[in-house]
Design a protein around this ligand. Structure first.
Ligand SMILES: [Zn+2]
Length: 236
């Protein structure tokens, strides 16, 4: 059986002499694995389709439940993400997020388009890579059922102007009046940075780092996942 699907390569694993298995996030069928034969040979026609960040129309053949990529039409390889270390880790963190949060065969067009849009922003500019990653994560967390509520105090609904507390369990922010011991106090600038990014407003690179640190903390503590590329970005 042959099948054509639009997808984004998330990761690759070498096996055998010349073959690879890739994990692909597809628009139509969520994440799936497929093998590519002979792609490590020099001049292999489908080598490009076995590289992470490859966004293409893939043609698969399926036999006994195992998929093989037999053709691919490239839409974009987001090449510039390989030329800059910050772009590379920011884009890599997006792929890692999808790899960990998009369940096998779970379809999510909104996450798919968020990823393509985020990779475009990182590769071709417009906004700083860390900003694009934060914006992607805020959106992707929402899609994955882990929304952060930056709108105002999670309990009383009022705008938070002074002390801010963050409750990992609810993903909500609380004002000083509503804080009841659950969660921890965070820097007001971190909260302000997240709100700005959520609203599409400009930020400084320092604000992007504040926002990224909180997102990293939340992903580790609430979703119990760690994005390795994000650790690299926070160190630089
Ligand atoms: Zn409150």
């Amino acid at each position: 059986m042959e099948e054509k699907l639009t997808g984004l390569v998330l990761s690759k694993t070498d096996y055998g002499e010349n073959d690879r298995i890739v994990k692909i996030f597809t628009l139509e069928k969520g994440t799936l694995s497929a093998s590519l034969k002979g792609v490590k040979k020099s001049g292999a026609k489908l080598k490009f389709a076995s590289e992470p960040f490859c966004f293409a129309e893939f043609m698969f053949s399926e036999r006994a439940g195992k998929r093989t990529v037999i053709g691919a039409n490239l839409n974009d390889s987001f090449y510039p993400v390989r030329e800059d270390i910050i772009k590379f880790f920011a884009a890599g963190a997006m792929l890692e997020f999808i790899n960990k949060f998009a369940k096998e065969e779970m379809t999510s067009p909104s996450l798919f388009f968020a990823a393509i849009e985020g990779l475009k922003q990182i590769a071709y500019g417009g906004v700083p890579p860390r900003y694009a990653l934060c914006a992607f994560l805020l959106n992707a967390l929402k899609i994955s059922g882990y929304a952060l509520n930056t709108g105002g105090c999670f309990l009383c609904g009022k705008a938070i102007n002074e002390r801010v507390f963050f409750d990992t369990f609810s993903g909500g922010f609380l004002c000083g009046n509503c804080f009841n011991g659950e969660g921890r106090e965070i820097n007001n600038a971190t909260y302000a940075a997240l709100k700005k990014i959520e609203n599409g407003e400009e930020t400084t690179e320092e604000e992007n780092l504040f926002a990224l640190r909180l997102l990293d903390f939340y992903i580790k503590n609430k979703a119990e996942e760690k994005l390795n590329s994000m650790q690299e970005l926070l160190k630089m």
